[in-house]
Design a protein around this ligand. Structure first.
Ligand SMILES: *[C@@H]1O[C@H](CO)[C@@H](O)[C@H](O)[C@H]1NC(C)=O
Ligand SMILES: *[C@@H]1O[C@H](CO)[C@@H](O)[C@H](O)[C@H]1NC(C)=O
Length: 519
């Protein structure tokens, strides 16, 4: 709204009424009267960049976007169950964002300003919403403050649209509970196949895949971003552990937990990463890890020719075995594409210590059980109010509410974790076993061959990345013959996010596999 002299008297009447119409349309859109259409199309598959262009050109508003997503949630979420709670303040947050844009407030220049985002329900929001990891045991608990990543998202003007469903307790209550199931959320469904969405960030992946939100946040301890992204044909970005704050996140293990974006495109994921990465004094690890963050952030690495000169490793055994002939054919085509786009493929590499990796799951479990008890008890103690104050309380809650919490699924992880007594001999041995494996396995493979990334189909590489705190990005790669989607993972050394982004973006732009589900 320019100041200066407004020479209204020089305007013809028709021009004046045209201006009045524009003003009315602007007001109407500010109050949500605008039909939530983007050039007569819906907002399906809209990207963060397209949203910002649309905002700038006054083609639609944040309020319009929020109305569209709320309508989609009420239409399809009863079946897909990707959203656990909708934020009662989402509309007013959108109106505030629209006002900020009209008044040219500096915050409106942020790439996520006015963009609706869904937060996995194990990430604290200090607002009208609950933070429960999907369990009735935490319903009504009061968090002391927003999680570190939520603080950063709010400061960037993102609209917290709601909480995403998940595998209850990030799938660390029982191995027998189905993926994507939680007491509060019920069974989440894969929008492509109607079956396994995979977890534990199931709702985040389901919701972006089915266009119930623009972007989302998940968490990963071992596979919980990569696997649901694989199953739901979306991009999942698991950052180096500690690049994003875990403060205010219902934990499994501070050694392995990582918060990251789940989105429809690599660039959307990178815009979200740019906001959530960085120092949070409530998670001290972020201070040291922030040295990995490049000056100018991550979006500068969204280069169409990002594959040029990159050294990509292929370890056929075990990652390319048993994925089926049809899937193999698609993967081989992709490897060719990577090569054609200028990447150097180092094929038939062997991962040192494969046999040790085969048995590393038990060492990981030993460590996670003890770390879970310690860190969960700390989280619960810090709550302002809560029905449960310890892991022991949560176990008792499930026993007291066997129907509500489907005790038939069991809670053996809970019980085994409660039996641990801190980091003692067995845990120390498990930890040093994994440290040696990280060093002499994955790191050695990467350094010896000067690799920028290891390329693996599906999320089968997740444990190798998990136990080392290494980053990985998964990008849609296609459909198996039975209709199940799958992705390609690019995994790298700690802090290698800039290269992973160049590679993932280069692959995505060369292939453009992602398409929305038919609902
Ligand atoms: C949070 O949980 C309470 C029940 O304790 C419920 O009444 C409320 O609606 C929930 N909040 C939202 C936003 O769904
Ligand atoms: C897969 O391919 C291999 C080698 O080309 C072949 O021997 C095998 O029969 C194929 N399997 C199926 C199920 O088609």
């Amino acid at each position: 709204m320019g100041t200066g002299k407004s020479p209204l008297c020089y305007l013809s009447l028709s021009l004046f009424s045209a201006l009045l119409l524009i003003l009315l349309a602007t007001l109407a859109s500010g109050t949500g009267l605008q039909t939530p259409n983007f050039h007569g199309l819906s907002f399906r598959e809209i990207t963060v960049q397209q949203i910002q262009v649309g905002f700038k050109r006054n083609q639609f508003t944040s309020r319009g976007l929020v109305e569209f997503y709320l309508k989609e949630i009420s239409r399809i979420n009863p079946v897909l169950k990707g959203v656990l709670e909708v934020n009662p303040d989402a509309r007013s947050q959108a109106d505030k964002a629209d006002h900020e844009r009209y008044t040219k407030a500096p915050i409106s220049l942020s790439p996520l300003h006015g963009v609706p985002i869904l937060i996995k329900d194990n990430i604290a929001t200090k607002d009208k919403m609950n933070t429960t990891a999907g369990s009735y045991a935490l319903l009504g608990s009061v968090v002391p403050r927003d999680a570190g990543v939520v603080t950063k998202l709010r400061k960037a003007g993102a609209i917290i649209l709601g909480k995403a469903s998940l595998s209850e307790w990030s799938h660390f209550r029982s191995n027998n509970a189905p993926s994507g199931w939680s007491g509060r959320g019920g069974q989440g469904k894969n929008p492509y196949t109607g079956d396994d969405p995979c977890g534990s960030s199931s709702g985040s992946a389901i919701s972006v895949a089915a266009n119930m939100v623009a972007v989302s946040i998940g968490t990963e301890t071992d596979g919980s971003i990569l696997c649901p992204s694989n199953n739901n044909l979306v991009v999942g970005f698991k950052p180096t552990v500690g690049l994003t704050s875990r403060a205010g996140v219902i934990p499994i293990s501070p050694r392995q937990d990582s918060v990251g974006p789940i989105c429809r495109t690599v660039s959307d994921a990178v815009y979200v990463l740019d906001i959530i990465a960085g120092i949070d004094y409530n998670d001290k690890v972020t201070i040291k890890t922030s040295r990995y963050i490049p000056k100018g952030g991550y979006a500068q690495f969204l280069k169409a020719d990002g594959l040029r000169g990159k050294r990509l490793g292929i370890v056929r055994n075990p990652f390319y075995l048993g994925i089926g002939n049809d899937t193999t054919a698609i993967v081989e085509k992709h490897i060719n594409t990577l090569r054609k786009r200028g990447a150097v493929l180092l094929d038939n590499l062997e991962i040192p210590d494969l046999a040790a990796y085969d048995i590393s799951g038990s060492a990981e479990t030993i460590a996670l059980l003890a770390e879970f008890r310690i860190s969960l008890n700390e989280y619960l103690k810090e709550l302002v109010a809560s029905p449960v104050r310890s892991l022991a309380d949560a176990i008792a809650f499930n026993k007291k509410n066997p129907k509500l919490e489907k005790l038939e699924y069991g809670q053996e992880f809970f019980i085994n974790a409660e039996a641990t007594k801190g980091i003692r001999k067995a845990e120390k041995e498990a930890l040093s076993f994994m440290e040696r494996l990280n060093r002499e396995g994955f790191e050695k493979l990467m350094i010896k061959n000067k690799l920028d990334a290891l390329v693996t189909p599906t999320n089968s590489v997740s444990r190798i990345l998990a136990i080392g705190g290494f980053p990985g990005v998964i990008v849609p790669a296609g459909f198996r013959s039975d209709g199940h989607p799958f992705g390609l993972v690019f995994g790298g050394l700690k802090g290698s996010e800039p290269k992973l982004i160049e590679i993932a973006y280069g692959f995505e732009q060369a292939t453009k596999i992602r398409k929305p589900p038919k609902l």
